[in-house]
Design a protein around this ligand. Structure first.
Ligand code: MN
Ligand code: MN
Length: 470
């Protein structure tokens, strides 16, 4: 499509050297009306997804639901597999692996893998969280992921997660998303009393121990002590059967309660919570569900990326290597050979050039809004330290796929040299002897409670995933 458009629009008398120069262009400059409509329609479904799924557990549940509706069956280690099989494997309700066995021999073509993460920065509730002070009842918290703490005050917050009662019963909690439900809140100081606060460093304007969530203020008059707290406990007990000790076996988080919305008169942008990394997870999931693949393909949605990919639900868990081994075993082929032939896109968002903060970006090597999904050949910082640097061969291979499928894409690195600091799961996949490259949607205000992406870039990411799988 792109090539035709370019040819159609190009003036034959133009300078014959013009193609020597690379020019990044805005997706909408060369897209058709039908393509724009597809991008905008895709954005509507994406907004529904991020409104409904604000934690890794909720994303995982939704992914399984959609996979089942497309004929995917649950997979257990040891199951028999054959060509054409569509399976999913759930990791502790916080991650899911979808795979489709292709017609091509695994040992020749390997597996095409896309990994993205479904956890997002947020505020987690501590294990002994409840207390009352000054007429309020609060929950103590410990924030999750790299946040600017001051951004998380004076917002409507919703409470999500699970609580296991003393007898082991699992209670799902989701309060503050529906219009008829209450929300929760972290306060900030009024300007009139903020001279000392505002003269401090931004990092200390709000400290971690000040991120306390207001959950009530009415006393239970029959209670002997902690009347406000006891009243809240009574409400929780009436509704869920919870006693205070049950918080010890709970995973609860507060996240922004508001909905994703279009931004701008032209509705070209989406504001929402958790674009990092659901703006990559959602396209990769839709791509595997819709792909007509000949290769074996795999979509991994993983937890704990925001805190270093550790633990049993992070990508460092040996499970992800084991799945490939198990598939190879079932298909009677050598896993080491298959991994060596496989290729992976680490689908994670990248920093979008923000004209309000030009002095941390090197513009030539920055992701520009609406110029498509963005490849980061390497991450790392201070001399590429800690980077998974994709080889020129890998980039060339991917670039050919994108060219063939008219995918609009760009490249960047995360900010200026010696300023940008960040990493992804790419290096953990690469160390399995699988060539891996980072590609993702450019994000403005990343890790804030309300991030911005472009609908064009989101749709471009879908085309990245679909063309890679097909
Ligand atoms: Mn990310
Ligand atoms: Mn992140």
């Amino acid at each position: 499509m792109l090539e035709n458009k370019v040819n159609a629009n190009s003036n034959k008398t133009e300078n014959k050297y013009e193609n020597l120069n690379y020019t990044k262009y805005n997706y909408y400059e060369k897209s058709t009306k039908e393509e724009n409509k597809k991008a905008f329609d895709f954005a509507e479904k994406y907004k529904d997804f991020i409104n409904e799924c604000k934690t890794e557990r909720e994303c995982c549940e939704k992914a399984v639901e959609e996979a089942k509706s497309k004929g995917y069956k649950e997979y257990h280690f040891g199951d028999k597999l054959e060509k054409g099989d569509k399976r999913y494997l759930v990791n502790r309700d916080k991650g899911v692996v979808l795979f489709k066995i292709g017609q091509k021999p695994l040992e020749q073509s390997g597996i095409r893998i896309i990994v993205s993460h479904i956890d997002a920065p947020r505020i987690d509730i501590k294990q002994m969280p409840m207390y009352e002070n000054g007429g309020f009842c609060y929950l103590k918290t410990h924030y999750y992921g790299g946040i600017k703490k001051y951004q998380w005050t004076t917002l409507p917050l919703s409470l999500h997660g699970v609580v296991f009662l003393k007898d082991g019963t699992k209670v799902n909690i989701k309060v503050g998303e529906r219009d008829d439900e209450p929300i929760f809140y972290i306060s900030d100081l009024l300007p009139h009393l903020s001279q000392i606060q505002m003269s401090g460093k931004a990092n200390d304007i709000i400290t971690g121990e000040q991120l306390n969530v207001v959950i009530g203020s009415m006393p239970l008059n029959d209670a002997k002590k902690d009347k406000i707290k006891t009243n809240i406990l009574k409400i929780l007990n009436d509704k869920y059967g919870i006693i205070e000790e049950d918080f010890t076996s709970a995973e609860l988080s507060v996240v922004p309660a508001y909905k994703a919305k279009d931004i701008g008169f032209d509705r070209s942008l989406i504001g929402g919570y958790g674009h990092d990394d659901r703006s990559c997870a959602y396209p990769s999931m839709q791509a595997i569900l819709n792909a007509e693949n000949e290769n074996t393909v795999m979509c991994i949605l993983v937890d704990k990326e925001e805190i270093g990919s550790e633990g049993s639900t992070g990508i460092k868990n040996k499970l992800y290597e084991d799945i490939i081994d198990e598939i190879c075993l079932a298909m009677k082929c050598n896993s080491r050979l298959v991994r060596g032939k496989s290729i992976c896109i680490s689908a994670d968002v990248t920093a979008c050039y923000d004209p309000n903060f030009p002095n941390v970006f090197e513009k030539r090597n920055s992701a520009i809004i609406s110029c498509g999904a963005c490849m980061n050949k390497f991450t790392g910082s201070f001399g590429k330290s800690g980077a998974s640097d994709a080889s020129a061969e890998t980039v060339s291979y991917i670039r050919k796929i994108f060219d063939k499928n008219n995918v609009v894409w760009q490249t960047s690195e995360l900010g200026m040299v010696d300023i940008g600091v960040g990493g992804t799961v790419a290096k953990f996949i690469a160390q399995l002897n699988i060539d891996t490259v980072d590609i993702g949607v450019p994000v403005i205000s990343m890790h804030s409670p309300y991030e911005i992406i472009s609908k064009a870039d989101l749709y471009s990411m879908y085309k990245v995933c679909l063309s890679f799988f097909e």
